[in-house]
Design a protein around this ligand. Structure first.
Ligand code: ADP
Ligand code: MG
Length: 238
């Protein structure tokens, strides 16, 4: 079981509290989407699950493991960012395999995992290219491929498509939905795009000022938002 559970999670930067006691259960294999206005704490929550930010108070469990104070590399998570952060001097295959190489995996294992990820993401024709010879969509595929290669229990996406043009966003959204179907891992996905939230999510979490405003299935929030704020994000047609 690799669900994610947050218990009364608090984050303070110095004296400023930005997350105010968040309780949330994400089930094993669930696709959970965080939405909310800029600055409401979406990235901070995600980074606490990843271990890139310390949790000030509260507990975070992944499966039956308390990961609250664990090193990021031990949590079984992989994060995909808005900026792809690929190594320019490495090929696509080297970029995808780099994490495994650093942790001392043998070449056969790396080649097999990179092969599997490139099949899922249709990157086979590009394995020997460098990032500058790829389109934005292909670069984001490589960044996702790098996460797949690590075989995480939980994928964390922070607005992964917001640098892409509208057409590519639709294409990549479909790819991400297919990825979730194929590998079935738990995914937490931050976006401010209503269509992405409605089409990808099993569960949507609406955040406001570091608190959860409402949690529910997309159509339940759409039909029955608790208030105007939630309706503004989910209920109203864009
Ligand atoms: P979102 O991703 O929803 O736009 P963030 O999680 O990035 O929001 O930010 C939530 C709040 O925390 C904002 O007020 C932001 O300014 C603040 N914040 C984020 N990171 C830091 C940091 N490293 N130091 C101080 N304040 C931060
Ligand atoms: Mg953010």
């Amino acid at each position: 079981m690799t669900g994610v559970v947050l218990n009364n999670v608090v984050k303070r930067f110095g004296d400023v509290q930005v997350i105010h006691g968040v309780d949330l259960e994400i089930e094993d294999g669930e696709f959970c989407v965080f939405v909310g206005p800029s600055g409401c704490g979406k990235s901070t929550l995600l980074r606490m699950v990843a271990g890139l930010e310390e949790t000030t108070e509260g507990k975070i469990h992944i499966g039956d493991r308390d990961v609250t104070d664990m090193d990021p590399s031990e949590r079984g998570v992989a994060m995909v960012f808005q900026t792809y952060a690929l190594y320019p001097h490495m090929t696509v295959a080297q970029n995808m395999g780099f994490g495994l190489k650093m942790t001392g995996h043998p070449k056969e294992v790396i080649d097999s995992k990179v092969g599997e990820a490139s099949r899922i993401l249709k990157l086979d024709p590009y394995l020997d290219r460098r990032p500058k010879a790829l389109s934005g969509g292909q670069r984001q595929r490589v960044a996702i491929g790098r996460a797949i290669v690590r075989g995480p229990d939980v994928f964390l996406f922070d607005e992964p498509l917001s640098n892409l043009d509208a057409e590519l966003r639709v294409e990549m959204r479909v790819e991400i939905a297919r990825l979730h179907e194929e590998i079935g891992a738990t995914m937490i996905y931050v976006t401010h795009d209503q269509t992405e939230a409605m089409t990808l999510a099993d569960k949507i979490v609406v955040l406001r000022d570091g608190r959860i405003e409402q949690v529910g299935k997309p159509m339940d929030l759409y039909r029955d938002p608790d208030n105007k704020f939630v309706a503004g994000f989910i209920g109203s047609p864009s």
